[in-house]
Design a protein around this ligand. Structure first.
Ligand SMILES: NC(=O)c1ccc[n+]([C@@H]2O[C@H](COP(=O)([O-])OP(=O)(O)OC[C@H]3O[C@@H](n4cnc5c(N)ncnc54)[C@H](O)[C@@H]3O)[C@@H](O)[C@H]2O)c1
Length: 317
């Protein structure tokens, strides 16, 4: 099978590419900044040589359609987009990239006769529906996004459902919770840099949101869920979008665990809560996609720190 990954040289895209290569598939990474992103940190030189990298912008429908035709793509995994803070810094660019760009992907798939598009949504699409009393939000809960990023992801889910109903395109949205791991370079979750990246490099840090609990998914699990969504039989797909969970842990417990691994680093905790406070129910993804996380938060944290330290030539933990 040949998979095209938009944003394929970014953080999650690199791990999805690696997972697909391990499964013996052909991978095309479509990205507009292919040389400066995470992929060299995640793939071996041999794996990288097996990937076709095509430069382009998802806002260019004709150019993207041409690449899909030229590469004879079977399935698209659409991960390109601007993250939360970038959306707020440049709203017109956010609408172009995250909403129109996503519609371009659905449209190109329709034109090219590609059967399935798996695309990145986010728990920010759900937001904080405060009219729901339960502390755990089920997969089909009504959405109430709190920010531009979430509002655009929610609109993408609407568009995905439209292309499915109108044209029979298999569109599968994946609402990842906070995704962490080595090679994460940007995003609204910069508190993870304070929690993981700085201490891993022996740098003292101050972790905000010390009173919060967050559902955290290790990037290898997020990539695994993405590949399952891309390959599962169509008749198992019962939902237009799935919440992809990891494990919920308090920021304090995570900080304490990192401090235990790296006792020589001073990791302070600042009080505060995160914008999204409720928990998420991942049972729909478990039942329909066969996805369950393989990494506990502590296992994922340990591996992330170990990989960062190995790459930096620091002593192992
Ligand atoms: N990382 C997380 O915690 C998280 C959580 C929920 C959802 N998501 C979603 O998952 C997807 C991947 O996130 P990530 O963390 O890998 O982000 P990332 O920034 O590392 O990767 C995104 C990639 O998209 C590319 N890109 C951006 N605009 C483009 C355009 N117009 N044309 C072509 N390429 C373009 C960038 O160059 C980058 O390589 C995003 O859609 C994001 O919203 C991420």
């Amino acid at each position: 099978m040949k998979y095209l990954i938009t944003g394929g040289t970014g953080f999650l895209g690199s791990y999805v590419a690696k997972n697909l290569i391990d499964g013996g598939h052909h991978v095309v990474c479509y990205d507009f900044a292919p040389n400066v992103n995470s992929i060299q940190q995640v793939l071996t030189r041999e794996e990288l040589e097996s990937v076709t990298i095509r430069s382009g912008n998802i806002c260019d429908l004709a150019g993207f359609t041409h690449v899909c035709q030229d590469e004879k793509v079977d399935t698209i995994i659409h991960l390109a987009g601007l993250l939360k803070s970038a959306c707020e810094e440049n709203v017109p660019a956010a609408i172009d990239t995250n909403l129109s760009g996503t519609v371009n992907i659905f449209e190109a798939a329709r034109i090219c006769g590609i059967k399935r598009v798996v695309y990145a949504s986010s728990i920010d699409a759900i937001g904080q529906p405060d009219f729901i009393e339960e502390p755990i939000l089920r997969n089909d809960v009504p959405h109430m996004p709190l920010n531009i990023y979430g509002k655009l992801k929610d609109a993408c889910e609407f568009m995905g459902a439209f292309y499915n109903t109108r044209y029979g395109l298999e569109t599968v949205g994946l609402r990842y919770v906070v995704t962490y791991g080595k090679a994460r370079m940007r995003g609204g979750s910069n508190w993870i840099v304070e929690l993981l990246n700085k201490p891993a490099m022996n740098i003292d840090s101050v972790v905000p949101f010390g009173d919060a609990t967050s559902d955290m998914i290790y990037v290898k699990d997020a990539a695994g869920a993405t590949v399952l969504a891309a390959s599962v039989c169509a008749d198992r797909l019962k939902q237009p979008a799935y919440t992809i969970t990891g494990e919920a842990k308090s920021v304090r417990e995570m900080r304490d665990y990192v401090a235990e691994l790296l006792p020589h680093v001073d990791i302070q905790l600042q009080p505060g809560t995160l914008e999204l406070e409720k928990g998420y129910d991942g049972s729909a993804a478990r039942e329909d996609l066969g996805y369950t996380p393989k990494y506990s938060v502590f296992e994922g944290i340990r591996e992330t720190i170990r990989l960062i330290r190995t790459e930096a030539g620091l002593t192992s933990i």
